[in-house]
Ligand binder design. Structure first.
Ligand code: NDP
Ligand code: 2IT
Length: 448
């Protein structure tokens, strides 16, 4: 039976997972044609079935002593090239289909980094927004009270994602250490004073901009003087903005789930520092940016309308850095009409498959998330290496390694696209290169 039919029949409600798989299956068809033995080994069937799925109850008590129950997940997708590795997401929208799509993407992404990491992802439908630090701590402790038995520095190494930053990683790590009586590199994204790596907070955003710079260089161009649209205002959006500014670009938008700001004068370094305090310390909303800076206009976004006006602004480059499916076909057409000729994805799967077709039809420079945002997990891999050696590398060294890894990912994608007669199609290149490496490792290791 056709792989997509098998998958949709098995788990009809897992839409995001079907979407991620169908994008990969479409682009790796020529690899299967070139390697007929792959079909006999059922590589598509094996790579789309998680090695293990863990789902558990997370009970916790709020500050009023009311008990709540959330659902916890860890999907251990593939360990052919290294221990499972990937973030934890805490967001009310989280369900098994979303965690499976993220774990699936992570397998290919991690393979592209050149480091020895398999793919996994986890999280919960817990919403950290509006919760006290004490509530978040109790939730994290309850979450880890189950997760600890499934993870380990050589088994499965979680990190942050949406809703999981330095605060949550601290609480999770503290409880793991207490339960196991072991100080090990079981999580990445740790604070620098207790085993974290310099440049890990910056890595995803910086890496995404380095990837964009590599794509531009193929057309003898650079970010200097380019106007950029960025979505989101969390970890990835903040450091994407910082690196765009360093490389001479201008950022005119930032967003959250309620709306976006358009700042015609651009987000300066000083405004960005204010925003980082607003988001990371005060845990405020992006609308407050427009109250503070009169050059900015705030537009609330109605989630029931089928396009987001954020993507209709005139600009050169777009860096979607919020969440999955934030750009649909209409949004992509608006981007093209507004003059966008580069999309570098900081978020995971922010463009739906129809939007991707629009980019490919217009032959713009399109860096898919699994390549463009791999800098975060790459520096997580460097954090694991430093933990093993009990050493801390200086920031310059980590950033130089990050830059070289992003260059190498770009070249790998470009070379794979050329090898299969689709030069410059980075989505095909990323899928083909990631898939080939992981499948060959699986075949080397026999039927396991
Ligand atoms: P944060 O939690 O720091 O920020 C998330 C941002 O996205 C917030 O501005 C949030 O707004 C917005 N957002 C979240 N969910 C939605 C939604 N359903 N609709 C609209 N906006 C939303 O997360 P990160 O910056 O770490 O993650 C952003 C993206 O980058 C995700 O797709 C993540 O998977 C991806 N990514 C992250 C990496 C990392 O190292 N952190 C690595 C690689 C990819 P609000 O506050 O309103 O929720
Ligand atoms: O989507 C991702 O690559 C992440 N959230 C980072 C994963 C990691 O292990 O650093």
């Amino acid at each position: 039976m056709d792989i997509m039919t098998t998958i949709t029949d098995k788990d009809p409600e897992q839409r995001e997972f079907h979407q991620a798989v169908s994008e990969v299956v479409e682009t790796v068809k020529p690899v299967l044609e070139r390697n007929p033995e792959f079909r006999q080994h059922a590589v598509l069937e094996r790579i789309t079935e998680p090695e293990r799925v863990i789902m558990f109850r997370v009970p916790w008590m709020d500050d009023q002593e009311q008990v709540h129950v959330n659902r916890g997940f860890r999907v251990e997708m593939n360990s052919a090239i290294g221990p499972y590795k990937g973030g934890l997401r805490f967001h009310p929208s989280v369900n098994l289909g979303i965690i499976k799509f993220l774990a699936f993407e992570q397998v290919f992404k991690n393979s592209l980094t050149t480091l020895a990491m398999g793919g996994g992802k986890g999280g919960s439908d817990f919403d950290p927004k509006g919760k006290s630090d004490a509530e978040v701590m109790r939730f994290c402790q309850s979450f880890m009270a189950e997760l600890y038995r499934h993870i380990g520095p050589n088994t499965d190494v979680p990190a942050g994602d949406i809703g999981v930053g330095a605060r949550e990683i601290g609480y999770l790590f503290g409880y793991y250490k207490k339960l196991k009586n072991e100080f090990t590199g079981v999580l990445t994204g740790k604070s620098i004073n207790w085993g974290g790596s310099l440049i890990r907070p910056e890595a995803t955003g910086y890496g995404c901009v380095y990837f964009a710079a590599e794509m531009l260089a193929t057309r003898s161009d650079s970010l200097e003087g380019k106007t950029c649209i960025v979505s989101g205002s969390g970890n990835v959006a903040q450091y994407t903005t910082e690196k765009i500014l360093t490389l001479g670009g201008k950022v005119v938008t930032l967003s959250d789930s309620a709306g976006y700001i358009y700042d015609e004068e651009g987000v300066t370094t000083e405004k960005l520092q204010w925003l980082m305090r607003l988001k990371n310390v005060k845990r405020g909303r992006i609308s407050e940016y427009a109250d503070k800076y009169p050059s900015a206009v705030y537009t609330p976004v109605d989630p029931s309308i089928d396009h987001n006006p954020l993507w209709a602004h005139k600009a050169d480059c777009a860096f979607p850095s919020a969440t999955q499916n934030e750009i649909n076909q209409q949004d992509a057409e608006n981007l093209m009409a507004g003059g966008i000729f580069l999309v570098s994805e900081g978020a995971n799967m922010p463009s739906d498959n129809e939007a991707i077709s629009v980019y490919l039809d217009h032959k713009i420079l399109y860096g898919p998330g699994k390549a463009a945002n791999a800098g975060g997990v790459a520096v997580s891999g460097l954090e694991m290496a430093q933990n093993s050696m009990r050493l801390n590398w200086p920031a310059e060294e980590v950033e130089e390694r990050l830059k070289q890894i992003m260059k190498s990912i770009h070249k790998t994608c470009l070379d794979a696209s050329t090898d299969y007669g689709m030069e410059g199609n980075y989505v095909a290149g990323a899928n083909i290169a990631g898939f080939t490496k992981v499948v060959n490792a699986m075949l080397d290791q026999g039927l396991v």
